[in-house]
Structures are given as C-alpha cells and as structure tokens.
Design a protein around this ligand. Structure first.
Ligand code: PMT
Length: 301
C-alpha cells in the first residue's frame, strides 16, 4: 500500500482537526522565525479496538525531549509531537521526583523546599519563558494512525526554509488495519491470536517531495547491528533525497551518533568526562544542526 491509499483508507481521528488548528495558529504567529518540528517516542499498534494489548516501538523520548530544550535555547520555536506518557522537555528532569520537591505548610499551602531551589529554578524558568513567549507547542499521539495524521497535518504547515523537521520518533513499520481488528479484548480461551501484520508505507517521500519540500529535513535511523548502520543511513538519504540522516545504535545512542549527509559522515561522540559534567549528546547534535540549517537558509536567499 502506498501512503496515499493509507490516508484514503484510514480516516483521521476525531481529535485531529482541533490539534491541527492549534499548530496552524502557532505557525502563523512565528512567520519568518526558525521553527523545528520534533517527533519523539514510539507509536503503538493496537490489536483490539477496545485496546488492552498493543505492539509498541522502543523510544523513551530522551532524544526528542532533550533536543527540544536545546532547540529552544538556540532560538527556535518548537512543535513537539510526542507519544503520550513519554518524556517531555523540562518535565523530564523531574519525572520520578517531582512530589519530593514540595512540602505542605500548616495544612494550608504548598511550597517548594528551599533545598530544591537550585535544581528546580533554572528548569522552571526556561519552561515558563518558553511558554509565556509561546515558543513551545506540545501535541501528543498514542497510536500509529494518530501519528501518521499529525505528521501529515504539521508538515503541510511547515514548508519554508525556516522550518526544520527532526524525526526522532520510533515509528512502527507494521500494523493491523482497523477493519481487521477485533472489537473486544481477545480471550485466552479462544487460543493464541493469529495476527497478520501489514507493512506501513513510509511517509518520508511525501514529506520531502510534496508536503515540505522547502524545509530542512532530518530523519533518524536506529539499528542494533553496527555493521549495517551506515549503509542504512546512506540508502535512506539516497532514497528520500532529504538533507540529513542521523544514525544511532540502540546500545550506544546516548554517547555516539553519525550524521550522514551528501557532504560526508560526521561522528559525534560524548566523552565520559563530558557526560560527567552533565553535557548531553543532544546539545552537540542540536548546535551542529543549527549551523547546518543557518547555512541552508542562507543558500536559499
Ligand atoms: O527516545 P530515546 O529512548 O532517546 O531513543 C531515541 C531513538 C533511538 C528512538 C532515536 O534516536 C531514533 O533513532 N529514532 C528513529 C528510530 C527509527 O529507526 O525509526 P524507523 O526505522 O521507524 O524510521 C526511520 C525513519 O523513517 C524515521 O525517520 C521515520 O520518521 C521514517 N518513517 C518511519 C515509518 C514510516 N511509516 N514512515 C517514515 O517515513
């Protein structure tokens, strides 16, 4: 199935239009400013309409959420499309410890513990600044079909040289068409479910050639076998003809990535000493991409 037939046969979810209106308002209020569209987290493929079980794609959301913070720091406006309940910019720093940072005073009010000021303040300040200046819009998906529709709707609104598309989400290559899904939870006394997965069409050809041909486009490639990573990145670049593929291995993704473009291959490595200072590889990725995007914008003038 090609991507056009996929959209023809899978109607958009009911929440789609209002979300795209929000994105449109955001984009309109940042005309001629640099905007980055960051996708993050893994898509789910439900096996029942009333979903109890689903097939998931691996992604915690660190790459996307950390990158979103550094893009804001570099002056970008950020549209953050993330899997519900995966990591989000700023909040990610306190995911497991937020309640520990507050105390109840006289059973009347709640205040931050003074000892937490130094960790909470800088993050909260950056978050508030971004929200108050309307520079961060977060929208969420859960299923593959929600993701596919939101990517299409957003990319169609992001077709200028000032836009960067940064596809860090882990998107399922397989799915079960809703017409073939059971209505209710599969019962174990019916025996093991026989699931026939279908191939999901790639949307990158539509992004690069139809929806956002003027944007600066970066796709990611995740592999577990180091032997095939570079070949996979090069073949994605040759096939989709976009600007850059970032290759990473599951086991080393937090300290090594490969940037593959028509100009060659760049290796970005975070040393142990760097990571001990709190530096994250996403900072190195984003500052590198900012320079590339600036050169791209200049070349289009
Ligand atoms: O979130 P973390 O835990 O920090 O992990 C980050 C990460 C490892 C998930 C991230 O760095 C990463 O590599 N993301 C991409 C994972 C991947 O290889 O996805 P993919 O094989 O499903 O897709 C490859 C490319 O094709 C992607 O850029 C995707 O947008 C595109 N694609 C995918 C499916 C589809 N139907 N159409 C597409 O165009």
């Amino acid at each position: 199935m090609d991507w056009e037939s996929f959209y023809d046969t899978h109607p958009s979810p009911s929440t789609h239009e209002p979300t795209i209106c929000e994105v449109e308002n955001f984009v309109c209020s940042h005309e001629n400013e640099k905007i980055v569209f960051v996708t993050s987290g893994g898509t789910t493929v439900p096996i029942e309409h009333n979903t109890v079980r689903f097939v998931d794609n691996f992604s915690v959301g660190t790459r996307g959420s950390a990158s979103a913070e550094y893009f804001l720091q570099c002056g970008y406006c950020v549209i953050f499309l993330y899997r519900s309940n995966s990591l989000e910019p700023f909040v990610r720093h306190f995911n497991n410890s937020l309640l520990d940072k507050f105390e109840i005073v006289d059973n009347k009010s709640i205040q931050m513990k003074q000892s937490e000021f130094d960790t909470l303040y800088p993050v909260l300040k950056k978050f508030k600044d971004a929200k108050e200046a309307n520079r961060l819009l977060s929208i969420s998906f859960t299923t593959l079909i929600e993701y596919m529709w939101l990517v299409r709707g957003c990319c169609m609104l992001l077709d200028t040289k000032y836009c960067m598309l940064y596809f860090a989400a882990a998107v399922s290559d397989f799915y079960i068409p809703p017409s073939e899904m059971k209505e209710h939870k599969h019962q174990s006394n019916d025996g093991p479910p026989l699931i026939a997965l279908r191939l999901v069409p790639k949307v990158l050809p539509a992004v690069t050639h139809i929806w956002s041909p003027n944007a600066y486009i970066i796709s990611f490639k995740l592999e577990t076998d180091a032997e095939i990573l570079l070949e996979k990145c090069k073949s994605a670049l040759a096939k989709y003809k976009h600007q850059l593929v970032i290759g990473n291995l599951l086991s080393t993704r937090k300290h090594n990535v490969k940037l593959v473009s028509r100009d060659g291959i760049e290796d970005i490595t975070l040393s142990t000493a760097d990571s001990e200072t709190g530096l994250e590889i996403e900072y190195l990725i984003v500052t590198n991409l900012e320079a590339k995007h600036d050169a791209y914008i200049k070349s289009k003038q």
